[in-house]
Design a protein around this ligand. Sequence first.
Ligand SMILES: [Mn+2]
Length: 313
Amino acid sequence: MRNLKIVKVMSELGAGTRGASLGYDALYIASHHAGSRLMVDTPTEEVETVNDNLFEENDTPNAIRVEGIAQMYSRIADSVKHTLLNGDFPIVIAGDHSNAGGTIAGIKDAYPDKRLGVIWIDAHADMHSPYSTPSGNVHGMPLATALGENNEDRKINEIVGKTKENWDKMKGDSPRVAYEDLVLIGVRDTEEPEDYLIAKHNVKSIKVEDLRLRGERAIADETLDYLDDCDIIYISFDVDSMDSAISVGTGTPVINGFSESETEKLLVYLTESPKICCFEMVEINPLLDDKCNKMAETAFFMLDKVAKTLQKK
Ligand SMILES: [Mn+2]
């Protein structure tokens, strides 16, 4: 039985489309719709955002709003760190996926000597850096900050000044996660610089078809076995890992993703592991949802299953 604590991070600075900062509220409405008290009864800590930055001119095209995102990294890290050290289990509900880099920093700050495994459930690899990115959207970069990766082998941008300073701050002094302690699940929309890193470091990547062929239990067991040498494991769940027919309200939907039932079983089997130390859900954007609040309702269903699994132990 874990004491859950929700860490609410409604920052959307890293996304290319506006609205992910409304994800928490959409989820809250979905919980009411589902007749659940989970979000009312679970202690919740809100991390203050700097979304006002959106109204200012951006002057860092290769890492848009990087200064504010670096600021969010340290705020999120503080919150996740003290939640963990307090003995609580952080469930991070965040806007765009860039926030996950701050969560990983917080876990590592809490447990500097523990080996951290990461399960990244996402349609995207999020391994770009300011050096390699064609878009400058920082929600495509959080894993690179955790891995301490610039990917200068695939450099297309010159990175100096404010961008470099904040990017280096986000990466920290040393990598927080090793490539061998990372498992990608559901990644199916990557760009060449990311494919290069995945191949170079032989990153474990489990495809939607693998899960469909072998079943959720086998995939969860394989993932946890692969991370057996890690002391603690963090799960990052981007709702766009699910098929675009379900993930109607998210910034970058991708076809051929997981079904609801595949996602539910996978998340439950993974969170049964006592090594799981933190769970994060990101990229719910109700402004893009053309089926009323369907995205958040599906996401809440997953959150509820995960919370129940964590509370069983
Ligand atoms: Mn993502």
